[in-house]
Design a protein around this ligand. Structure first.
Ligand code: UDP
Length: 322
C-alpha cells in the first residue's frame, strides 16, 4: 500500500514547492491538495500533470472527507504581514481551525507536519534565537493574528502528541524568499524586486536597520523534505529552519537597487511593532538533519528570484487588457 498524503496550502509559495518534492516519491499513492486560493495560485501547480494529485478548492478548516491520511502537512496560512493583517479572523481560522479539522483526518499512527514561524519569538531579546527561547509576543498587537495562531497551533499539536500519541513535526520558518512568491506578496525581497522592475522606487519602512535572516526557498524545502520524511527521528520539534546570515533591510534594498540602474530608495514610516532583529540558532537543525545546510548565498538567491520576477512581469505586460 502506498502513502496517502494531504497537503493543506499546497498551492502557496512554499506549499507548491513541497508538492513538487512529494510527487517525486515513488511510495506516494494519493496526494490531496486542499487550498482556498486566498494567497495560493493555480499558476503554482500548473506545471504538474500527475494522476496521483487531486486539488480541492476549499478552506482548510471546512474541508471534509471520509478518507484518512498517513501524513498531513499543514501549510495553509498567509505569511506576509499585509496579507495576514488584512483578514486576521481568516488567518486564525486557517491556522487553528485548520489544525483542529486536520487532526481528525489522520489515520491512527499517522503524522501531521506544521509550518510554524520565527514570529513566535516576537521582537527577540536574545540573538540568535534557539528553539528553547519563549519569545516576546504582544497578544493584542497588529501581528498577533499570525503570531498567536501559530503559537496556539503549536500548543494544540504538542498536546495531541501528549494525549493522543499523534506523530507531529513542527518547523519554525525564518524569512523565506524565492520564485513563486506572489508579485503582490508585500514582503521585503519580493516587494523590492517588484518595485525595482516597475517604478524603480524601493520602499524601506523605518530606517532599514532592522534585520532578518533570509533563506532561499530551495534550501528551506531541502530541510523540510528531510525532516518531514525522516522516519527515524523521535524529535517532534519545534525545529528552526532558515539561513543564519543576518542582513539589515537597508542592505537588502541597496543590493536589489543595484540590479536595476536608476533605482531609488524611499524611506517610509516604520511599521508598528516591526521586530528589530531575527536570526535562527540552527544548532538543533544541524543535529536533527545531518548533512543539511543552507547552500545558496543570499546574493545568488536574490538574483535567481529577480530573474523569475522579471520573466513573470514581462509576461504580464504582454497580456492585453480585457
Ligand atoms: N520591509 C520594508 N519594505 C517593504 C517590505 C518590508 O522595509 O516594502 C521591511 C519590514 O518592515 C520588515 C522587513 O522588511 O522590517 C521584513 O519584512 P517582511 O514583510 O519581508 O517579513 P517579516 O516582517 O514578516 O519578517
Amino acid at each position: 500500500m502506498g502513502k496517502r498524503i494531504l497537503m493543506a496550502g499546497g498551492a502557496g509559495f512554499l506549499g507548491s514547492h513541497l508538492v513538487d518534492r512529494l510527487l517525486r516519491r515513488n511510495e506516494l499513492e494519493l496526494l490531496v491538495v486542499v487550498d482556498d486560493f486566498w494567497t495560493g495560485t493555480r499558476e503554482n501547480l500548473k506545471h504538474i500533470d500527475d494522476r496521483r494529485m487531486h486539488v480541492v478548492d476549499c478552506s482548510v478548516q471546512e474541508f471534509a472527507t471520509h478518507e484518512t491520511f498517513d501524513e498531513i502537512i499543514h501549510f495553509a496560512s498567509p505569511a506576509s504581514p499585509p496579507w495576514y493583517m488584512s483578514d486576521p479572523a481568516r488567518t486564525i481560522k486557517a491556522n487553528v481551525g485548520g489544525a483542529l479539522n486536520l487532526i481528525n483526518l489522520i489515520r491512527k499512527g499517522g503524522r501531521i507536519s506544521f509550518a510554524s514561524t520565527s514570529e513566535v519569538y516576537g521582537d527577540p531579546m536574545i540573538t540568535p534565537q534557539p528553539e528553547s527561547y519563549r519569545g516576546v509576543v504582544d497578544c493584542t498587537g497588529p501581528r498577533s493574528s499570525y503570531d498567536e495562531s501559530k503559537r496556539c497551533t503549536e500548543s494544540l499539536l504538542f498536546e495531541m502528541r501528549r494525549t493522543r500519541d499523534l506523530d507531529v513535526r513542527i518547523v519554525r520558518l525564518f524569512n523565506v524568499y524565492g520564485p513563486r512568491t506572489r508579485i503582490d506578496d508585500g514582503r521585503a525581497v519580493s516587494n523590492f524586486i517588484g518595485q525595482a522592475l516597475s517604478d524603480g522606487i524601493l520602499t524601506v519602512y523605518g530606517d532599514g536597520r532592522q534585520t532578518r535572516s533570509w533563506g532561499y526557498v530551495d534550501d528551506i524545502i531541502d530541510a523540510l523534505e528531510r525532516y518531514f520524511w525522516l522516519d527515524e527521528t523521535s524529535y517532534c520539534g519545534p525545529l528552526n529552519i532558515g539561513n543564519d546570515r543576518e542582513i539589515a533591510v537597508i542592505d537588502v534594498a541597496h543590493f536589489i537597487a543595484s540590479l536595476v540602474p536608476g533605482s531609488q530608495i524611499k524611506f517610509l514610516p516604520p511599521v508598528p511593532q516591526d521586530p528589530t532583529n531575527r536570526r535562527p540558532d540552527l544548532t538543533l537543525a544541524r543535529q536533527v538533519l545531518p548533512g543539511w545546510a543552507a547552500k545558496v548565498e543570499y546574493e545568488e538567491g536574490v538574483r535567481r528570484t529577480f530573474d523569475w520576477f522579471k520573466s513573470k512581469m514581462t509576461l504580464m505586460e504582454r497580456i492585453p487588457e480585457p
